[in-house]
Design a protein around this ligand. Structure first.
Ligand code: PLP
Length: 411
C-alpha cells in the first residue's frame, strides 16, 4: 500500500490537496442595484422589491409573487392565507428546517408527519394518505435537498380529499418535476433567500401563487393585515397579520440574484449528476436519488451509506479534505424541538395541543416515521457550489472510492 492508498485518517496522503473554491454569490450587479436602492432614498416597500416580485412571477409563470423577510415567514404567510382553524391538522415532511413547522404552531395548527418513502429522502404519498383525518386542512410538501416530491401522486391525493397543497421550495429553486417548476403545482410555493440558498440575499423569502384570494391574503398577512395602507382615512386591518415585509436593500440583492439563479442551479444540477455518474458503481454507496420525472437542483448532495457506518465514512472523507457532513438534521424535526416533544408552546398552555380546539392526544416521539429516523443516520451530505468544476467533483469521487475501498469490511 503506498501513501496515496492509505486512508488519510490512518496517516495517508489526503486526496484533496487544495481548498475547494469558495462560494462568492455577490458581485457588481448586487452592488449596483443596492446603490440604486440607497440613492432612491426609500428602502420601504421599494421599487427593487416590486421589480423582483414582478420578474420572479414572470420566470415562474405565475400571477403573483409576494416577497418577504425569510423562508419561515413565507411558509407562515402561506399557512395563514389558508385561514385554518385552531386544531386543524397539516401533513408535512419528517425531515426539514423548523421554518416549515413554526407557522403551523403560530396558527394553532397540529403538525402531522408523513414518513419518507424508502431510498428517496422525500415524502411517501401512501403515508400522506394514511395520515389524512377529517381535521386535515392541507399538505406542506418539502422538496428536500432539491429533489422534487412525487407531485402527481400527492396532487391526486390532495384533490380527492379536497386539501390545499403548499410547496416548501426553500431548498429547490428552478427545480423541475415532469417539466413543471416546483412551486407551481400546488396552491402556493414558498422560497427562502437565506445565505446558503440557490438564490440568496442573506435573508429573505418569497411566496408564489396563481390564486387571487390566496395572493391577497398572503400580501395582507405580510403587512399586519393592513388593507387600506395606501388610502387616507381611518386605518383598517382586515385580519390578524405580522410585519414580514422585505427591506428594499434585500429586494435589490434579490433582483440581482434573479439574473443568476438559473445558471447557479444549472451548474449545481450538472455537477451533482456528474458526481452520481462517477460513484454509482461503488457497492454500498447509494448516490442521490432523483424522483422519477424530476430534475434535482442539489442544494445538498445526499449519499446513503448502506454497507458502511456513515459516521466513519464521513470522518474518513473529512481527513481526505472532502467536506461531507453526517446525518443532516440527524433526527427528524419532530424530535428536534421542545415545542413538539414537550409541547412547550405558549406559556404553560401547550396550545394548540391539549386545548379545547384539539380533543385528541398527539405525541411526537421516536417511531413516528421509522424510515426517516433510520435513513437520516445512514446519510452523508455534501454542499456543491456553483463555483466548483468537474475537476473538483473528480477529487470527491476519487476520495469516496478510496474510502470505500479502505473501510471495506470494517463494519
Ligand atoms: C426546507 C426549508 N424550509 C424552510 C426554511 C426556512 O427558511 P429561513 O431560514 O429563510 O427562515 C428553510 C431554511 O433553511 C428550509 O431549508
Amino acid at each position: 500500500m503506498n501513501g496515496y492508498d492509505k486512508l488519510a485518517i490512518d496517516g495517508g496522503t489526503p486526496v484533496r490537496q487544495k481548498a475547494f473554491p469558495a462560494r462568492k454569490p455577490f458581485g457588481n450587479e448586487e452592488i449596483r442595484l443596492v446603490t440604486e436602492a440607497l440613492e432612491s432614498q426609500n428602502l420601504f416597500l421599494g421599487s427593487k422589491t416590486a421589480q423582483f416580485e414582478k420578474e420572479f412571477a414572470g420566470k415562474y409563470g405565475v400571477k403573483t409573487a409576494v416577497a418577504c423577510s425569510s423562508g419561515t415567514a413565507a411558509v407562515h404567510m402561506a399557512i395563514a392565507a389558508l385561514d385554518p382553524n385552531p386544531g386543524d391538522e397539516i401533513i408535512t415532511a419528517p425531515v426539514t428546517d423548523f421554518g416549515t413547522i413554526a407557522g403551523m404552531l403560530f396558527q394553532g395548527v397540529i403538525p402531522v408527519f408523513a414518513d419518507w418513502k424508502q431510498n428517496s429522502f422525500t415524502m411517501d404519498p401512501e403515508d400522506i394518505e394514511r395520515k389524512i383525518t377529517p381535521r386535515t386542512k392541507a399538505i406542506v410538501v418539502v422538496h428536500l435537498f432539491g429533489n422534487p416530491c412525487e407531485m402527481d401522486a400527492i396532487m391526486d391525493i390532495a384533490r380527492r380529499h379536497e386539501l390545499k397543497v403548499i410547496e416548501d421550495c426553500c431548498q429547490a429553486y428552478f427545480t423541475y418535476y415532469k417539466g413543471k417548476l416546483c412551486g407551481t403545482m400546488g396552491d402556493i410555493g414558498c422560497f427562502s433567500m437565506q445565505q446558503s440558498k440557490h438564490l440568496t440575499a442573506g435573508e429573505g423569502g418569497v411566496v408564489i401563487t396563481n390564486d387571487e384570494t390566496l395572493a391577497m391574503r398572503t400580501g395582507l398577512f405580510r403587512d399586519k393585515g393592513w388593507e387600506n395602507r395606501h388610502k387616507w382615512g381611518p386605518r383598517s386591518y382586515s385580519f390578524l397579520g405580522l410585519n414580514y415585509r422585505m427591506n428594499d436593500l434585500t429586494g435589490a440583492v434579490a433582483l440581482a440574484q434573479l439574473g443568476k439563479v438559473e445558471n447557479t442551479v444549472e451548474v449545481m444540477h450538472t455537477l451533482g449528476d456528474y458526481l452520481t455518474e462517477s460513484i454509482k458503481d461503488i457497492p454500498g454507496i447509494n448516490p442521490a436519488p432523483v424522483t422519477e420525472g424530476g430534475r434535482h437542483s442539489y442544494w445538498l448532495y445526499p449519499i446513503k451509506f448502506t454497507d458502511y457506518d456513515a459516521v466513519k465514512f464521513v470522518n474518513a472523507l473529512g481527513a481526505e479534505k472532502i467536506p461531507f457532513a453526517w446525518g443532516y438534521t440527524v433526527n427528524p424535526i419532530y424530535l428536534c424541538t421542545d415545542a413538539l416533544t414537550k409541547q412547550r408552546t405558549f406559556g404553560q398552555t401547550s396550545y394548540p395541543f391539549n386545548s379545547e380546539y384539539y380533543p385528541h392526544k398527539v405525541e411526537y416521539k421516536e417511531g413516528l416515521c421509522p424510515v426517516a429516523e433510520r435513513e437520516l443516520k445512514m446519510l452523508g451530505t455534501l454542499r456543491i457550489y456553483e463555483s466548483w468544476s468537474k475537476e473538483d467533483i473528480d477529487d470527491i469521487a476519487k476520495a469516496i472510492r478510496k474510502v470505500a475501498k479502505g473501510l471495506k469490511g470494517s463494519v
